[in-house]
Design a protein around this ligand. Sequence first.
Ligand code: IFM
Length: 472
Amino acid sequence: MTLTPVQALAPAAVTGLPADFRWGVATSSYQIEGAAAEDGRTPSIWDTFCRVPGAVHQREHGDVACDHYHRMPEDVELISSLGVDTYRFSLAWPRIQPHGRGPANQKGLDFYKRLADELRAKGITPWITLYHWDLPQELEDAGGWPVRDTAYRFAEYAELAYEALGDRVEHWTTLNEPWCSAMLGYAYGLHAPGRRHFGDGIRAVHHLLLGHGLAAQRIRAAAEAKGNPLELGITLNLGTATPETGSEADLAAVRRADGLGTRIYLDPLVRGVYPADVLADLDQVGARVPVEAGDLDIIATPIDVLGVNFYRGAVFSGVDERGATTDADGVPVTRTVERDLPRTAMDWEITPTELTDLLVRLQRDYALPTVITENGAAFDDTVAADGSVPDADRTAYLRDHIAAVAAARAQGADVRGYFAWSLMDNFEWAYGYDKRFGIVRVDYDTQERTLKDSAKWYRDTIALTRGETNAG
Ligand code: IFM
């Protein structure tokens, strides 16, 4: 094997990862597929949001994106060339159930059947995410996630999708990053559908979790009835919250940040309760979690794996720049403190050791098997004269985070896999095509795909890990 220059770094990064450790790459439907109006697909909330002036960088959209819908077989070849064993992708709800209710659209299902078959033919395990943010617009028009009925619509869609694909696909994730759907979409207006109402955001949190639980029950029942093997889970975007000082105010800020970022999801999912301190904080600002009898039992339907998307940790203070501990409305301050650390093109701090801290904490507090379903970084790549993409910064990011996973395992965390975000450059939501997360470069004029140096390093690292562990 010819090794890339950064290869020398690989063995240290992968020490301790077992032969059956799962290696993958990840994408999502709206970010790569394009073909927005083909074969019966209807608009999602992202198609609509992209047309709102000022919502998305340069008013870009996913109409074409990476044209994956038309280039799927070549893209599967590309995935195969990386030597990964798993490909995580999402289903576009508006392709499968164009009106958000009612019968399935056969052409939409057929696309994903072909994709699963292409992957399996190459020995790659398909890993499906049911919802990666592309809610059918008709359901948003009916109230969206703040409305309880959307949870039932999601369960119906999940059942349709499982019915069609469950014989081919064993790994199912219900939701990707419900925090983003609820808070960025409904509370802060930065993602589709662009609403800015904190109470709606909290209602959306609960209905997303309820939808997850209902879908999990239906998928599990269908798998059992058919005798299909199943690994079922949910993916959360999680970080670490560190206090700036040991002061009471900073510790309280950390408690609040962790409460709304992590515990409001994992406590009901794992223990069937919302954390009392979070409910009290919400009450203080007039927001209510709309729990009905039986909801928490549904939400706590057992899962097999927790998907963890990690990009960064953060430091919090309970004191604002003027020294106040409450804002003008009397709400306690929860302020992110910027650190003097290297950053990605998203301006996100690079904090690999905090991934170890997170995984060890998840093991301690929730004791679920985990898979890193996303980790990666945007950088301003340049293309060299020879056409290569020497993205040493991204390679170092991947290397250090994979090392952090290995360190967490050494401390007892049951982490079973790692998926790089992302397979290829794609539509980065409100940032449009301006931010490139791919380990494969996409030239959006020609749709040409080029392996960046990070992709070659990842490929070689996976190969070495397997060789290393097989030898050991
Ligand atoms: O691109 C996104 C992805 O869709 C969800 N997780 C975070 C990534 C980077 O922002």
